[in-house]
Write a protein that binds this ligand. Structure first.
Ligand code: SIN
Length: 307
């Protein structure tokens, strides 16, 4: 069998293959270690972490939708120091890079977290979350304004030598404009998309289903929107992209790669089947072999050159 080259360099994050797990759907990987060999993953993106512990929003904060789900978790997490102390050492035995997903209330807070995480064993990159729709401060407020997005990116960049992957929100009119401003501010890669703002109403109780009223939509329902945004951003910037949004089968991942993503993240599908990232990976490998490719890089952005 032909030896395939599956390695990708995502703006300084070296991945042995292009399939990662998305933030908020995989804990820090340890929750899944009894179900899959997490060392086979290209990377694990950890649950969104904030400087101080956060209880998250009141329940109910999850709702199923046709071909997807809404969440309004609100970045529940034990805080940066607890993650560094209690979680990261347990990941050390596994041969998989961890990307820390960070959120802050202010640009300074993002900077402080970036500085604290730099040099911490096992942390391979930062994913800067400027796109959480479920918190009042920070999050989406940074991701929908090109100047605020640039300020956060620049502050993180100044405070770390780690690769800086900025996670974009789809809840904007001009995704390419935001992408260009984070690239100019020093992002080494971009991941997109985070969830799309949505809601559901309980018709018996005649009130919104989520206590927070609105939440983020994810799952197969968002894939065409995510793919369109990856396509647009791939034409706007030079830094590498990680495609996220409804990837459930290998064919979805191949679409994102052909659109110009150098890597992908599997998210909501993990709740249905924890094996999904590895079956997606195997499917990409078979697709490469069946079509006569020897290196994953040969298909990145291929659909763009066909237009
Ligand atoms: C959440 O915890 O509310 C989800 C995180 C995100 O959408 O960035």
């Amino acid at each position: 069998m032909t030896e395939l080259k599956m390695q990708v360099n995502l703006g300084g994050l070296l991945m042995k293959n292009p399939v990662a797990t998305a933030s908020g759907t995989y804990g820090f990987g340890l929750e899944y270690k009894d179900y899959i060999d997490i060392s086979q993953l290209g990377a694990i993106v950890g649950k969104g972490t904030t400087l101080l512990p956060k209880a998250g929003n009141a329940p109910p904060r999850m709702a199923e939708t046709p071909a997807g789900m809404l969440n309004s978790v609100g970045l529940e997490n034990p805080g940066l120091e607890a993650v560094i102390r209690d979680v990261l050492p347990k990941l050390r035995p596994y041969d998989v890079p961890l990307v820390m997903n960070i959120s802050g209330n202010t640009a300074e807070e993002y900077g402080e977290m970036a500085a604290r995480l730099t040099g911490v064993a096992g942390v391979a990159a930062l994913e800067v979350n400027i796109s959480c729709p479920n918190v009042k401060m920070g999050g989406l407020a940074f991701g929908t304004d090109p100047r605020a997005a640039a300020l956060v990116t620049e502050t993180v960049r100044k405070n770390t030598s780690l690769p800086v992957i900025v996670k974009l929100s789809p809840n904007v009119g001009d995704i390419a404009g935001i992408a260009k401003s984070v690239e100019a501010a020093g992002a080494t890669a971009i991941s997109l998309i985070n969830t799309i703002l949505g809601m559901a109403i309980d018709i018996r109780a005649q009130k919104p289903l989520l206590a927070n009223i609105m939440g983020g939509l994810s799952g197969p329902a968002v894939k065409p929107v995510a793919l369109r945004m990856v396509w647009q951003v791939a034409q706007a910037v030079k830094i590498p992209l990680m495609g996220i949004g409804g990837i459930s089968i290998w064919q979805d991942a191949v679409e994102f790669l052909l659109a110009g993503a150098s890597a992908v993240q599997v998210g909501t599908a993990n709740f249905v089947d924890p094996q999904t990232p590895l079956s997606v990976l195997r499917g990409i490998e078979d697709y490469l072999r069946e079509n006569g490719y020897s290196d994953i890089k040969q298909i990145i952005g291929l659909a763009r050159s066909a237009t």
